[in-house]
Design a protein around this ligand. Structure first.
Ligand code: BG6
Length: 491
């Protein structure tokens, strides 16, 4: 965990929105409760909401208190006391908000100042310009950009240029909250603090890799965002590709801010492009229809409750995506990386499955290849399936048995939420777990041709009933080479 931060001002643009109320404020409260925020640290929410400090504190008291452990009212009150609200219109028509913010920040230029942009990507450039115009960007300032950074390569380049015109790259923190998850960091430790895996971590020993992020939730109330995003932009371009990078990267020479990111970007640049006619062969997109999820009847994507009606975009947007990717380098040539993510899947499950090759020559019938499963969600753990003999006389009968590490059973302390870890990293100025400009752009460079092809086809995604594991084509994607998705095989 990071060292205790110095006094800081954290300014959250979009500070009354969903992300702020569900993730950022609970994470900050936990950090405060653990004594990880300096006493003078302030959290200043910016929104168009017209709230004063007392209104905002009341809103947080009503909406956040129930979701965090408040065992001591003084600590909760101390946390509320850090909160402020400034009403600002990003279009700049009303300069009073910026002036008020400047008044609050005046005299504290020596403090770490963090602008957290929990807002749509098209606001990033305008926000930075306005903050600069108001004289708020100090050398000790940092800016955090929420994903998705743009909606394709050209918009990402534009946003990076706009933000880069005000902030230096060292001040820009592009967040991907998956990098703050414990198991994701553990993947680096597993790979680079243990010697036994490295000799077999390559195409000689590994048959293929599966990366799945399956969610049971749908998208009620998110049409405005989701219709223009879809699973490829919302999950694959960032979370799944970051996981792929951590599995595939070369060992970095140091655990510092640039070495890990240098190795990750090389993986993204080595991805084999999927273009034109290959898109149909190597990708699958689906959209959920009505079905049953967790024993409850749920509507299809187009009928999700929302305050806007479905449009043509709604009909074409994918809530499920699967891709067969390949990393073209010496270590991985020929090893498929299957990526898959979807809403309204049967179970919430995020995992990385490394499937090893079978023994070169089997003297026992019924042996199956070893498999390493890194579970991110719901219960974090690592499992290695090995073959063992079933006890008994007579014929040797084999059975795959798991060597398991459950984090909850092995480590009893509280596991911090991804946002907590990452917020503390921003406050202490550690960008290692944030995406660098070249990483984001390399990811879009690979995603863009797939998006273009899907767009040009103009056909709707394949339907799949809510509560099922995606469209049939997803099974064919792996099945063509005689493989199966993890949950369809055995444990
Ligand atoms: C977000 C996506 O980045 O990640 C959401 O925008 C998704 O659509 C969420 O539900 C999943 O995060 P987690 O941590 O719950 O797996």
């Amino acid at each position: 965990m990071s060292e205790t931060p110095q006094p800081a001002d954290l300014i959250v643009f979009g500070g009354t929105g969903d992300l702020s109320m569900r993730k950022l404020l609970p994470a900050l409260y936990h950090a405060d409760r653990d004594g990880r925020l300096a006493p003078e640290t302030r959290v200043i929410a910016m929104s168009r909401g017209g709230l004063d400090d007392a209104d905002f504190r009341g809103k947080v008291d009503a909406e956040v208190r129930g979701s965090v452990p408040v065992d001591d009212l003084d600590t909760w009150q101390r946390f509320l006391g850090r909160l402020h609200h400034v009403t600002v219109d990003i279009a700049g028509q009303d300069p009073t908000g910026w002036a008020r913010l400047a008044g609050m920040l005046g005299g504290y230029e020596h403090r770490d100042r963090v602008f957290y942009l929990a807002s749509p990507p098209m606001t990033f450039g305008p926000f930075c310009r306005e903050a600069h115009r108001a004289g708020l960007v100090t050398p000790a300032s940092r800016v955090v950009l929420e994903k998705p950074l743009g909606r394709d390569l050209s918009s990402a380049l534009r946003i990076n240029d706009e933000v880069g015109a005000i902030f230096e790259e060292r001040q820009i923190y592009r967040i991907d909250h998956y990098l703050g998850k414990e198991t994701v960091q553990n993947l680096l430790v597993l790979r680079f603090a243990n010697a036994f895996l490295e000799p077999i971590w390559n195409s000689l020993w590994i048959d293929h890799v599966q990366i799945t992020v399956a969610e049971t939730v749908g998208t009620p109330g998110r049409r405005g965002y989701y219709d223009h995003a879809g699973a490829l932009r919302d999950m694959v371009q960032n979370h799944l590709l970051q996981l792929l990078c951590l599995v595939a990267m070369e060992p970095p020479s140091r655990n510092d801010r640039e070495s890990i990111r240098d190795e990750k970007v090389k993986v993204l640049q080595s991805l084999r492009a999927v273009t034109g006619g290959e898109v149909d062969r190597f990708t699958v997109r689906g959209q959920y229809t009505a079905g049953e999820s967790g024993g409850v009847r749920v509507p299809g994507y187009l009928d999700e409750p929302d305050n806007t009606a479905p449009t043509e975009n709604s009909r074409r947007v994918e809530t499920f995506a699967a891709i067969r990717a390949e990393v073209k380098n010496w270590r991985w040539a020929g090893v498929p990386f299957y990526l898959r993510t979807g809403k309204r899947m049967p179970n919430r499950c995020s995992e990385i499955v490394v499937q090893f090759k079978d023994v070169p020559h089997s003297i026992f019938p019924g042996s199956t290849p070893n498999r390493l499963v890194l579970r991110l969600q719901p219960s974090e753990g690592i499992q290695l399936n090995i073959m063992a003999k079933e006890p008994g006389a007579g014929e040797v009968a084999l059975k795959p048995v798991p060597l398991s590490l459950s984090f909850a059973e092995t480590f009893t302390g509280r596991v911090p939420e991804a946002y907590e870890r990452l917020l503390l990293d921003v406050l202490t100025g550690n960008p290692t777990l944030f995406m660098r400009r070249d990483e984001v752009e390399a990811a879009w460079r690979w995603i863009d041709p797939i998006l273009d092809e899907w767009d040009s086809q103009g056909t709707p995604p394949e339907p799949y009933p809510a509560g099922t594991a995606g469209p049939a084509a997803a099974h064919e994607l792996v099945g063509r080479s005689g493989r199966v998705w993890h949950e369809e095989g055995h444990a």
